[in-house]
Design a protein around this ligand. Structure first.
Ligand code: NAP
Length: 247
C-alpha cells in the first residue's frame, strides 16, 4: 500500500498517465495530477479520485519549462508537504524521416520526452534526499531498444531516458531512492490510435499476446515499482509489451 505517500504524475490528464493516477490512488497515495492543455480531463480525473475517497489535485504546467516545473513542485509541497514518488510520464510522438525532420520538431520531441524528465527529477530529488526515501519511475518505450522508422527523435529521447535512469539509480541508490523505467509496447491511447490505421493487423501479428495493451496494464507495473514490495529493485527497465520485444 502507498498510504501516506505523495505522488506526482506528469502528463496525467489522458492515456497512460491517467491510468497511473488511478493505480497509485487505489493503493492509497495522494496524487498530484500534472497536465498541460487538457484542463477539463484533469479536473474530471481529480473529481473521480475524490469521489472514491482519495486525495488528488490538478496542476497545470508545461514540464519542458524550468520555471513552470519549479512553480508546480513548490505548490505541491505547499499543499501536500512532500513528493515521495515521481512518475515521469509526459511524452509525445511526431512522425518524420530524419532527412525531412525540422530542428524545431527534433527539439520539441527531445524536450518533452527527455529534458522534462531532467527538470522534474532535479526539482524533486532534494526533498527525497532529505527524507532518505523516494521512487522515480520513467516511462520509456520499446522504441528505445528497437528504433522506430519516422521516430528517430522519439527513439533517441527514450533511449536517453534509459541511460538517465541507470545513472540516476547509481547516484541515488545509497540514499534509499530507487529509479526504474517502464517501457510500454503498443498501448491503446491517443498516441497509438493516431498511427494505427491500416497497421493494426501487422502490429497484432508482431505481438505474441495478439492484442494491444491497456493503459491499466502499464499502470500496474508502475504501481508495483512504487510499492514497498519493489524495495530492492532499482536500475531496471520493465517491458510491458505483450512479448513484442523480449529480454
Ligand atoms: P497520450 O495519450 O498522447 O498523452 C500524452 C500526455 O502527455 C497527455 O496527458 C498530455 O497532457 C501530456 N503532455 C503533453 N505535453 C505536455 C507538456 N508540455 N507538459 C505536461 N504534459 C504534457 O500519450 P500516452 O500514450 O498516454 O503516453 C504516455 C507515455 O507513455 C509517453 O511518455 C509515451 O511516450 C509513452 N509510451 C506510450 C506508448 C503507447 O503505445 N501509447 C508506447 C510506449 C511509450 P495534455 O493533454 O494536458 O496536454
Amino acid at each position: 500500500m502507498l498510504t501516506g505517500r505523495v505522488a506526482l504524475v506528469t502528463g496525467a490528464s489522458r492515456g497512460i498517465g491517467r491510468a497511473i493516477v488511478w493505480a497509485l490512488a487505489e493503493q492509497g497515495a495522494t496524487v498530484a495530477i500534472n497536465y498541460h492543455a487538457s484542463e477539463a480531463a484533469a479536473i474530471e480525473l481529480t473529481e473521480g479520485i475524490k469521489s472514491r475517497g482519495g486525495r488528488a489535485l490538478p496542476y497545470q504546467a508545461d514540464v519542458t519549462d524550468p520555471g513552470q516545473v519549479a512553480d508546480m513542485i513548490s505548490k505541491i509541497k505547499d499543499t501536500f508537504g512532500k513528493i515521495d514518488i515521481l512518475v515521469n510520464n509526459a511524452g509525445m510522438m511526431a512522425d518524420s524521416l530524419v532527412i525531412d525532420m525540422s530542428l524545431e520538431e527534433w527539439d520539441q520531441v527531445i524536450n518533452l520526452n527527455l529534458r522534462s524528465v531532467f527538470l522534474c527529477t532535479r526539482a524533486v530529488v532534494p526533498g527525497m534526499l532529505s527524507q532518505s526515501w523516494g521512487r522515480i519511475i520513467n516511462i520509456s518505450s520499446q522504441a528505445a531498444l528497437t528504433g522506430s522508422r519516422r521516430h528517430a527523435h522519439y527513439a533517441a529521447a527514450k533511449a536517453g531516458l534509459l541511460g538517465f535512469t541507470y545513472s540516476l539509480a547509481k547516484e541515488l541508490g545509497p540514499h534509499g531512492i530507487t529509479v526504474n523505467a517502464v517501457s510500454p509496447g503498443r498501448i491503446k491511447t491517443d498516441m497509438i490510435f493516431a498511427r494505427m490505421e491500416g497497421r493494426e493487423e501487422e502490429w497484432l501479428q508482431q505481438t505474441p499476446l495478439r492484442r494491444l495493451g491497456n493503459a491499466s496494464e502499464v499502470a500496474a507495473a508502475v504501481a508495483f515499482l512504487a510499492s514497498p514490495e519493489a524495495s530492492y529493485i532499482t536500475g531496471v527497465n520493465l517491458n510491458v509489451n505483450g512479448g513484442l520485444l523480449m529480454g
